[in-house]
Write a protein that binds this ligand. Structure first.
Ligand SMILES: NC(=O)c1ccc[n+]([C@@H]2O[C@H](COP(=O)([O-])OP(=O)(O)OC[C@H]3O[C@@H](n4cnc5c(N)ncnc54)[C@H](OP(=O)(O)O)[C@@H]3O)[C@@H](O)[C@H]2O)c1
Length: 314
């Protein structure tokens, strides 16, 4: 397994990470532990969760699975989503963050969170209030690094400027939606992260599993898979056209489209870890092995050409 620095921090994370939004929802404690243990065995240390996944059970199952081996994992969790009905049960206020962090630490059965991420930008709370609360947690030793998620380039830039001006902890990472099928962040956020050393943790890197090739044009989704519940608007002709052209590109080079999904993201040095979700042991094993393909600049250009031809403006 290759490890990269998380942005300009000194923290090394595995280039293949583990996303856990299925834990506590589609996976019970034992199934989650099985995936986590195999991930650790394969050298995956980056585990991404949130206080909202599975209504808190994702954190809880991770905490149980990591008992006795907490030091093997880098846990990234999040705060911001509403976790109750009260007026302060969500958002990015000092009030909510201070309560939520204690709940996450308890569920995770740990006394520190490696990466504490603000899940969503909150237009009602000054970024200074949020960053000062996070900085206090860093100084208390409850949190080691801070990051954000679903922030636009100007929002990450505003946060960086605020932290610098105040001399307090800065976001070392941002977690946006990013994959071969969703390149919306390339215009603004990616160049910002490259210039300022902010690590990118792409979510939906496999487009909810579509980029594994297990969904076929004109066929029902395999039973038990995520897109069997709802196709989330993925089963369009344009998406299958793109998938099939990418598959042809990969087959000609002896690789799979799954490998391309990881390799293409990792070809960008600002991407620190690709936190794909996995529901089965076989998935985490093949994902952990998928990072070995190093795309050449010609191959990257060719893939870009394929995407532009099928989905202009993507
Ligand atoms: N910050 C945010 O707002 C945000 C939002 C969404 C997600 N996330 C994070 O990002 C992570 C990644 O996103 P995601 O898990 O939603 O989507 P994803 O990584 O694009 O897709 C995950 C799905 O792909 C399938 N899969 C994975 N590896 C496979 C393999 N080798 N072969 C066949 N199928 C495979 C699994 O589907 P099946 O379920 O069908 O087995 C899995 O549930 C999440 O787990 C979560 O930690 C963050």
């Amino acid at each position: 397994m290759e490890y990269r620095y998380l942005g300009k921090s000194g923290l090394k994370v595995s280039v293949i990470g583990l996303g856990t939004n299925n834990f506590g929802r589609r996976l019970d404690a034992d199934a989650s532990a099985l995936v986590i243990n195999h991930a650790l065995d394969m050298g995956v240390n980056m585990i991404d969760t949130s206080n909202s996944y599975g209504d808190g059970y994702s954190e809880e199952y991770i905490g149980r699975a990591l008992e006795g081996k907490r030091d093997k994992a880098i846990i990234g969790t999040k705060v911001s989503s509403a976790v109750g009905d009260g007026p302060n049960d969500g958002g990015n206020s000092r009030q909510h963050i201070m309560v939520a962090v204690e709940d996450s630490l308890r569920r995770l059965k740990t006394d520190y969170i490696d990466l504490y991420q603000i899940h969503w930008h909150d237009p009602h709370v000054p970024i200074e209030e949020t960053l000062r609360a996070l900085d206090d947690l860093v100084r208390q030793g409850k949190v080691r690094y801070i990051g954000c998620s679903n922030f636009t380039a100007w929002q990450v830039c505003e946060a960086a400027w605020t932290s610098k001006t105040l001399g307090i902890s800065e976001f070392v990472s941002v977690q946006p939606r990013y994959s071969l099928m969703d390149r919306g962040i390339e215009a603004e956020l990616v160049p910002f992260c490259e210039s300022y050393g902010v690590g990118i943790l792409p979510y939906y890197p496999l487009a909810n599993g579509f980029l594994t090739g297990k969904y076929r044009r004109g066929q029902n989704a395999p039973e038990g898979t995520r897109l069997a519940e709802s196709d989330r608007g993925m089963f369009t002709d344009a998406n299958f056209d793109l998938l099939e052209r990418l598959e042809a590109f990969c087959e000609a080079r002896g690789h799979s489209v799954l490998e391309l999904a990881f390799a293409w993201l990792l070809a960008n040095g600002a991407v620190s870890s690709v936190i794909a979700g996995a529901t089965r042991v076989e998935q985490i094993i093949s994902n952990a092995r998928a990072s070995s393909w190093q795309l050449t600049s010609y191959e990257i250009a060719e893939v870009g050409g394929i995407i532009d031809a099928v989905m202009p403006g993507n």
